[in-house]
Ligand binder design. Sequence first.
Ligand SMILES: Cc1cc2nc3c(=O)[nH]c(=O)nc-3n(C[C@H](O)[C@H](O)[C@H](O)COP(=O)(O)O)c2cc1C
Length: 206
Amino acid sequence: MNPSDLFSRLYSGEDSEKVYPKEVIEQAPEGVEDVLQTNLFNVMLNRRSQRKFESKEVEDWKMDMIYAAADTAPTAGGFQGFEIFHVKNPEIKLKLVEAANRQPYVNAPEVLVFCMNPERVKMSFPEEIIKKFSVQDATLAAAYAQLASHALGLSTIWIGMIDEKKVMEAIGTNLVPTSILCIGYPQKMLQPKPKRNLVDLIHVVQ
Ligand SMILES: Cc1cc2nc3c(=O)[nH]c(=O)nc-3n(C[C@H](O)[C@H](O)[C@H](O)COP(=O)(O)O)c2cc1C
């Protein structure tokens, strides 16, 4: 399938293949028009990590857009060497708090665990390279999901401080996690953090 936009991919018509075989939604959910007009550069510029979420859940259609955005990320060889676990169980969320050095905000309205799946990467390179590919695949997918979340008026916190084994036990997988992305409506919108000057960041090699 070669979708022209995320929306058509999620809510495809009768004739097109259905990537998400859920119910067919005839009309765009409220707010989708705004999403489609979102300027990527503004989303990037205004994204800010958030650790205080409102308790309300995120709408299913927004989560679907986030999944779809993650699914568009580039991956090594196009093999998509990653998996996403969407943790809904409140007890498992608490276990993830423990697994993340007791960072309380991991108990967020929506919790996505990104894991490596090197088995999917069918390339004849050394194991180390394949593992590295799947780390990058999972990381890029999480970054795409993070930007998509912000485009949808949500906020996120990226959690990298995790005990891999504890996370694996908590979600019941033998796949190694790379990060947890916590998503929700922010209690208040924060200003983006200042970043480095581009002249310090870019090293021109000629
Ligand atoms: C690889 C990585 C690991 C991170 N791990 C954590 C973490 O464990 N806990 C946390 O509160 N924030 C974590 N963060 C979020 C950063 O602290 C945050 O992105 C940084 O302070 C910059 O702020 P900004 O995202 O608002 O620009 C992580 C971010 C990245 C990219």
